[in-house]
Design a protein around this ligand. Structure first.
Ligand code: OKP
Ligand code: ZN
Length: 345
C-alpha cells in the first residue's frame, strides 16, 4: 500500500487553541503527521510519494467558491482589519438565532458565517497546508483509479468537520469528501466510513441529500461529545439521500466489546451499498490513551479494525483525520493498515 504525504502540512502549526474558556496548547500539530510517517516508513508497507497538484476544480466540487475565496484570503483580510502583526484569525461573534446571517463587508462579520467554533485558528500557513492535504487525498484517490487495492493519504490538517461552506474542529477542507467526490466523478460507486471519535459533521452534510455516496459514521454520542450539534442516530439522510446516512453514536468509555458490533453493523451497511471505493476517515482518537477523547480501544484493537474494514471488499482509501496521543499515534495508525493488508490478501 502506497502512502501519500508532503511536509507542507507543517505550515499549519497552531501553538494554542481557545477551548473551555481558555487558551490551551494546540493538539492538532505537525508532530502528529511526522509520527505517523516515521512508523509507516519503518513498517515498510510500500512507497511514500508526494502529492500532485489538482487545482481548484475538484475542491469546488465539494466546497462553495465563496468559502474557498474566504479561506485563501483570510490572513490578508485579517491583517487589514487587525493590523499587520495579527496572525491568528479566530471568530468573536456568530449569526446566532434571531440575528441576520448576511454577507458583511469586513472579515469580522464574515468569519462567524464561515466558522463554527473557537478551536480552529487560521494562521498565515494554514491555507497552503489545507490545500496540500486536499491534494494528498486526491493523489491517493487517483492511485485507486489506477487500480490500486488500497492507499493511505497521510493528511493534516484533518477534514471531516468541514462542510461545503463551514470550517471548524481543526478542519478546513474536507479531504475525505473531496476524494470521495473525485472517485464518484470517475465512475466509482463510493461509500465513506468515518471511524474518528468525533462525528464527521462536514462529511455528513456534504452528502446528506444524495444517494450516490453513502456516509456511515461511528463516533462518540453528540449528547456528550464534540461537535455536539450533529451526529445523532435519527439523522438518516434527506430527500434522495434518505437512508444513505448511518450514524452509530456510542457511549462514553466504549471499548472493543462495544465498538466491534457497531463496526460490524457499519461494514454490513457499507457492503449492502456495493461500493467500488471505500473512503475511510481514519481518526485514531478512539484510542484509550488519547488526551481529548473518552473511548478505550487498545493498540491491538486497531489490527482488528483494519481487518474488519477489509471485509467490505472495496478498493479502500484511508484518509487520516484526528488522533492526538502522539507517542502511540504512529503505531496505532500502522496497525490499522497492517490489519487491513493481512486480511485483504
Ligand atoms: C477534530 B477531529 C473537547 C473539545 C473538542 C475540538 C475537537 C476537534 C476534533 N473538550 N475540540 O475530529 O479529531
Ligand atoms: Zn476526532
Amino acid at each position: 500500500m502506497k502512502t501519500f504525504y508532503t511536509d507542507a502540512h507543517a505550515g499549519h502549526a497552531p501553538e494554542q487553541e481557545f477551548e473551555g474558556g481558555r487558551w490551551t496548547p494546540a493538539v492538532e500539530i505537525p508532530a502528529r503527521a511526522e509520527a505517523v510517517l516515521a512508523e509507516v516508513r519503518a513498517r515498510g508497507f510500500g512507497s511514500i510519494e508526494p502529492p500532485r497538484h489538482f487545482g481548484h476544480v475538484p475542491i469546488l466540487r465539494v466546497h462553495d467558491a465563496g468559502f474557498v475565496n474566504f479561506l485563501s484570503t483570510l490572513t490578508d483580510e485579517w491583517r487589514r482589519y487587525h493590523g499587520p502583526e495579527a496572525d491568528v484569525a479566530l471568530a468573536s461573534a456568530w449569526p446566532g438565532r434571531g440575528l441576520r446571517d448576511v454577507p458583511t463587508r469586513t472579515v469580522e462579520g464574515q468569519i462567524g458565517h464561515y466558522c463554527f467554533d473557537t478551536a480552529t485558528p487560521v494562521l498565515p500557513g494554514t491555507w497552503p497546508a489545507a490545500l496540500a492535504a486536499a491534494n494528498v487525498a486526491l493523489t491517493a484517490a487517483d492511485a485507486l483509479a489506477r487500480g490500486e487495492r488500497a492507499a493511505f493519504a497521510l493528511t493534516r490538517p484533518p477534514g471531516h468537520h468541514a462542510s461545503g461552506d463551514v470550517y471548524g474542529g481543526y478542519c478546513f477542507l474536507n479531504n475525505a469528501a473531496i476524494a470521495a467526490q473525485a472517485l464518484t466523478d470517475r465512475g466509482f460507486r463510493t461509500a465513506v466510513l468515518d471511524v474518528d471519535y468525533h462525528h464527521g459533521n462536514g462529511t455528513q452534510t456534504i452528502f446528506y441529500k444524495r444517494s450516490d455516496v453513502l456516509t456511515v459514521s461511528l463516533h462518540a454520542d453528540p449528547d456528550y461529545a464534540y461537535p455536539h450539534y450533529l451526529g445523532f442516530a435519527d439523522e438518516r439522510g434527506a430527500g434522495a439521500g434518505e437512508g444513505f446516512n448511518l450514524n452509530l453514536p456510542l457511549p462514553l468509555g466504549t471499548a472493543w466489546d462495544g465498538y466491534a458490533p457497531a463496526l460490524d453493523a457499519a461494514i454490513a451497511r457499507v457492503a449492502a451499498h456495493r461500493p467500488d471505493a471505500l473512503v475511510v476517515s481514519l481518526g485514531l482518537d478512539t484510542y484509550a490513551g488519547d488526551p481529548i477523547s473518552k473511548f478505550k480501544l487498545t493498540a491491538d484493537d486497531y489490527f482488528r479494525m483494519g481487518a474488519v474494514i477489509a471485509g467490505a471488499g472495496a478498493q479502500t482509501l484511508f484518509v487520516m483525520e484526528g488522533g492526538y496521543a502522539i507517542g502511540d499515534l504512529g503505531r496505532i495508525a500502522a496497525n490499522v493498515l497492517e490489519g487491513f493488508l493481512q486480511a485483504a490478501r
